[in-house]
Design a protein around this ligand. Structure first.
Ligand code: ZN
Length: 286
């Protein structure tokens, strides 16, 4: 997807495996400030906004954790507490930035702790990057649940207590974490109605994709509609402008100290904190 008009198709590097669809759920029409209306009316504008179980990052949000042991890794009590500590920082960061955004309403981000999360074991080894995004479907097809959706649906019994729910499948091994948000434009969008990310937990800082609170918040933001703001998700010719506009934006920058990162007005719009997309971002939709 090299043209800038494909920008919003690139929710994930692997999104190209999806094709256009016939899902019945339609996204709410986003609102643009003057001059930008054409972007949303074009068929190239597709986003993970407003769909699935994690529609907007507003109201009472629950992150339901599923700790997964596989053929080559398992969770210890110490590692579990460590990743939950990072998640707490990520949740605090999101609530703080929401408050600072001046958005109406409220945001409460809660997550399941070690006592009320799920723990699962699979006999085979999970792939450690987005190339294995279909692996969960394969792994669940061999269980009584059949699909990840069926499994996740029964995890949260009191789902109506929350405005938005998303799920993390956590693996205690090194890998590149990724998210699979619900996008109504994709043929297989229903497979992702229970929006989830796969998190690979490694605190080894010599590893390129070591886990920290920024990684967790970044993947969570995808589930609520945010998009990546780095190459190749952004065209090379736009990269300098994106860097200028979003120097410390969390969708392109994952500092060890998450509070060094910001939520830009673009991401704020995509996750439902604001109603208007600033015109200055029009070049991303050409
Ligand atoms: Zn990303």
């Amino acid at each position: 997807m090299r043209g800038t008009k494909g920008f919003f198709l690139l929710i994930l590097a692997v999104a190209v495996i999806f094709s256009l669809c016939s899902c019945t759920e339609s996204s709410n029409s986003p609102t643009f400030s003057d001059g930008s209306e054409d972007f949303v009316n074009g068929s190239d504008f597709t986003t993970a906004m407003h769909g699935g179980t994690a529609k907007t990052l507003t109201g009472n949000c629950l992150i339901y954790n599923v700790f997964v042991n596989d053929a080559e890794s398992e969770w210890t009590a110490k590692a579990t507490e460590s990743v939950l500590g990072m998640l707490e920082e990520a949740a605090n960061f999101l609530e703080r930035r929401f408050e600072e955004s001046g958005s109406d309403g409220k945001l409460s981000v809660r997550f399941t702790d070690a006592s009320n999360s799920a723990f699962l074991s699979f006999d085979e080894a999970a792939p450690t990057d987005a190339s294995g995004m279909n692996w969960l479907g394969y792994a669940f097809s061999k269980t009584e649940h059949g699909t990840p959706n069926a499994y996740l649906k029964q995890c949260v019994k009191n789902v109506s207590d929350y405005d938005n729910v998303c799920f993390l499948f956590l693996f205690n091994k090194a890998g590149r974490s990724f998210a699979t948000p619900y996008d109504s434009q994709y043929k297989d969008c229903e497979d992702y109605r229970y929006e989830r990310a796969q998190i690979f937990f490694s605190t080894d800082r010599s590893f390129e994709y070591f886990c920290n609170p920024s990684v967790l918040a970044h993947e969570l933001l995808h589930l609520f509609g945010a998009v990546d703001l780095y190459e190749p998700h952004v065209d090379t010719e736009d990269a300098a402008k994106v860097e200028e506009l979003f120097p410390t934006e969390l969708m392109r920058f994952e500092p060890t100290d998450i509070f060094q990162a910001e939520i830009s007005s673009l991401t704020a719009y995509l996750i439902g904190w604001t109603k208007v997309l600033p015109n200055e971002y029009g070049f991303l939709f050409d």
